[in-house]
Ligand binder design. Structure first.
Ligand SMILES: Cc1cc2nc3c(=O)[nH]c(=O)nc-3n(C[C@H](O)[C@H](O)[C@H](O)COP(=O)(O)O)c2cc1C
Length: 417
């Protein structure tokens, strides 16, 4: 067995494969699965400056940065308040991930200003992160802001974050620098122990059907490897920082190429997103509705979330319970988001002769014909069996309705003629 161990940011890793920041790391289970599948370290999704400042929304960060001069674009974004990505939640999640896995967990902080939010670097360290990745990206829209000024801001930001922590610090870069080697050296001098090349960004797109701006991120392919490969090869030996390659790592060959160029680790996000998580079950859409500070915006929040999940190829299943648990007649709950979903399936209990029966019916199936009949389904040690015809469901409902109409309570309340 060849020795695949490597060191990155002073951390000893069992191999050079690192799970890059992505929504996969939002779930402790998936972080555990990444470890089980061989990842040598995992970088958590980023905690965004805006989340800390409660100004904007992380999900749309890549979209909105630099586009503040287009208020109509900003209006497409739901509120940060609606997301459960509160900084404290992030820190707690980090703690739980650390408890769940043995591999190093690298926190990730995204921001650009040098405000109080940089203290979160220390909090991430205190929460147990083995290292911190600082993800910096800003789209300048102000013609008065020079490249030199912006670069100086970046360097001072790295210094500010460095001053908060003693754990290793990596800086994740965009490829849009005029002189990347010069910036790389300045970042290293400012305290970066590693440089992560390159981030991949959301780009707004127009939906020509709905005439709306839609958040869009295309997952990478191996062809995207060439850009970081080239720059890692150029930087290797010229900068005192470990180099990590991210963008376009999909195959074992890609990893070997990354190593050949001089990277200490190869990071993966798209490949894991494509072949990793495929389904998401959210047990209780009501939790979202209850937490909504501005319920009027709930549908927009859900629309953005559904788009995001679709863009990532994730099929999501949301559950919603109705208080009418035992019911013979079918009444839909007034439901937030019903018009947004592709398919609606209604499950309910019917109580009959001291026994509970389960019924299933399809209420909506977008762009597809479907069987509108109500079917009984049974759960047993053999699994879930949906009855092939609606015969048994009909019989259950008929009896339940008959019982309801002749129950003593009903008879007592019946108006006398
Ligand atoms: C859906 C998605 C979400 C991402 N979120 C983050 C993030 O929160 N922080 C970050 O630094 N990078 C983020 N990235 C960038 C990835 O970590 C990675 O650097 C980039 O996608 C390039 O790697 P890949 O070609 O393997 O996808 C995200 C990428 C994707 C596709």
């Amino acid at each position: 067995m060849p020795d695949l161990t490597t060191s990155y940011l002073g951390l000893k890793l069992k191999n050079p494969l690192v799970a890059s920041a992505s929504p996969l790391s939002k779930h402790v289970d998936l972080v555990r699965r990444m470890e089980e599948s061989g990842a040598a370290a995992v970088v958590l999704y980023s905690l965004f400056e805006e989340q800390i400042l409660h100004e904007s929304l992380s999900l749309d960060h890549y979209l909105t940065h630099g586009s503040e001069s287009y208020p109509e674009a900003l209006s497409y974004f739901p509120d940060l308040d609606h997301y459960n990505l509160h900084p404290d939640v992030y820190l707690e999640h980090l703690r739980r991930c650390k408890e769940a896995v043995e591999i190093p967990v690298i926190g990730s902080l995204n921001g650009i200003s040098r405000g109080g939010w940089v203290e979160y670097a220390r909090k991430i360290q205190e929460a147990g992160a083995d290292a911190l990745e600082l993800n910096i990206y800003f789209v300048p829209t102000d013609p008065e802001l020079s490249g030199a000024e912006l670069e100086q801001n970046y360097v001072e930001l790295v210094q500010a974050v460095r001053s908060q922590i003693s754990i290793p610090l990596a800086v994740k870069l965009s490829p849009f620098f005029t002189s990347l080697p010069n910036m790389a050296r300045r970042f290293a001098a400012a305290g970066a122990n590693g440089l992560v090349l390159f981030n991949r960004f959301y780009q707004p797109d127009f939906d020509l059907e709905s005439l709306e701006v839609v958040p869009s991120i295309t997952l990478s392919t191996s062809a995207d490897l060439r850009l970081p490969l080239r720059w890692i090869a150029i930087l290797y030996g010229r900068v005192e920082a470990d180099l990590a390659l991210t963008s376009g790592v999909h195959t074992a060959d890609d990893v070997v190429k990354a190593m050949m160029a001089g990277a200490k680790v190869a990071m993966m996000a798209s490949e894991l997103l494509q072949h990793g998580i495929r389904r998401l079950v959210v047990d209780g859409i009501d939790g979202f509705a209850d937490a909504a500070i501005r319920p009027g915006r709930l549908n927009r929040l859900l629309a953005a979330l559904f788009n995001e999940l679709r863009a990532e190829g994730v099929t999501s299943l949301w559950t919603r319970s109705t208080t009418e648990l035992f019911n013979a007649s079918l009444r839909l709950p007034a439901s937030a988001g019903a018009e947004l979903v592709d398919n609606l399936i209604y499950l309910r209990y019917v109580e009959l002769h001291s026994q509970l029966y389960r019924l299933i019916s399809v209420l909506k199936m977008r762009e597809s014909g479907y069987d509108p009949a109500i079917h009984e389904f049974r759960i047993s040690s053999e699994g879930i069996a949906v009855q092939p015809t609606s015969e048994s469901a009909e019989s259950i409902l008929r009896q339940a309705l008959r019982l309801a109409s002749t129950s003593p309570v009903r008879r007592r309340n019946r108006p006398r003629s």
